[in-house]
Design a protein around this ligand. Sequence first.
Ligand SMILES: [Zn+2]
Ligand SMILES: [Zn+2]
Length: 448
Amino acid sequence: MAGTLDLNSYLDREIMCSCGHKHYSAVKKIDIDTGAVKRLPGHIKDFGYEKVFIVADKNTWKAAGADAAAELEKAGISYDKVILDYDEVIPDEHVIGEILAAVVPGSDLILAVGSGTLNDLCKLISFRMGLDYIIYATAPSMDGFVSIGSAVILNHVKTTLDCHGPVAVIGDVDVLSQAPMRLIAAGLGDTLGKYTCLFDWKLSRLINDEYYCEEVVEMVETAISTVMKYSNEVKNRKPEAVKAVTEALVLTGIAMSFVGNSRPASGCEHHFSHFWEMKAFMHGKFPALHGTQVGVGTIIALYLYHMLEKQEIDFAAVKASGFDKDAWIREIKEVYEIAADGIIAVEEKSQKNNVEQRNVRLDVIEKNWDKIRQMIHDGLPAVKDMEDLFAGLEAPVNPTQIDVSLEELYQSVIYAKEVRPRYTVLQLIWDLGLSREYAEKTRDYFSA
Ligand SMILES: [Zn+2]
Ligand SMILES: [Zn+2]
């Protein structure tokens, strides 16, 4: 199949960039195409590994692991394995221990067969054991394949631990295209979230003069437009479409390692996801898939942006308004519950709600207000187009479909921005004194 993006051109070398930074990704090989399973042993031999330990769950073993193991056997590569016997693997201490106990001494490579959870587990375990790992992807469900962070649940709290990335990402499009549609739709959601996250970044460059890399943005935008080209074919599991989604997810991971943080991949749509996920865990519920949440968050972000497009602002009145910090702390304690202290600490450090700094931003926003509205008009898709796209995959388009109440939706428009000190449209509407009004309008829109 013709390559849609030349991913390997970005790997394992320093790229001196026009943004003034050197970009580097430690990933050495990406092979996402039909027949990748046949090439897997060759990749493993190229890197010189001799004794592979395969980690799969019962679903991924059936879908891909057994075939991969058969190919290793044919190629004379020795391997052992553990097949986790759960319908849904929870990445907690129990499962971490189960895998650690199973790893055969002398193994020199962990081969993760799966997607988000298996990748997180093998990333952590291989890192702690001083081994390399390769992810053999079974579903294009999220963009964390090459990230260095591993999201696990320790003592019932979701925690991200710094580890390392995989040596290689291998995905056979024949396997990926047969993944459950809810996983593929989630991957599409995580990909299309880049519309709003890149826009948030552009906004912050304009308003805060934040570091920005044209080339990284262009790289991610190329990936999104390739996905959009095939978006109507995702529901038919067309190989080209699934390949485009998977490559876009891997590429955004590389974009993050280039920049050294998640700015190219995570904006307000991710803040919504973090907020809802936090709330779900606090209330003993299992949250919707990350990419599914991001897809819904993207629709909300587009709704907010397009309201701003038509907004007239009385800048003098906004600049004269204050910030009642005591009231804010009371609200944060109510909304964030046990997580409130951490959120308050973020504000202490970042001062994102400091009125003087806000007024400096408001000066820039005022000067550029027509430009910002024009950028929204030219640069962001319509809410309805995004809703139709997800609805066509039978994916959720409304927060209430993913167990987020209208009250939590209202709260997230106002307070989700507090999870990270990162400038997004949520901070912009706060700067403009519009958070509550827009939260009400958003709640009305999604309750209709
Ligand atoms: Zn750059
Ligand atoms: Zn994401």
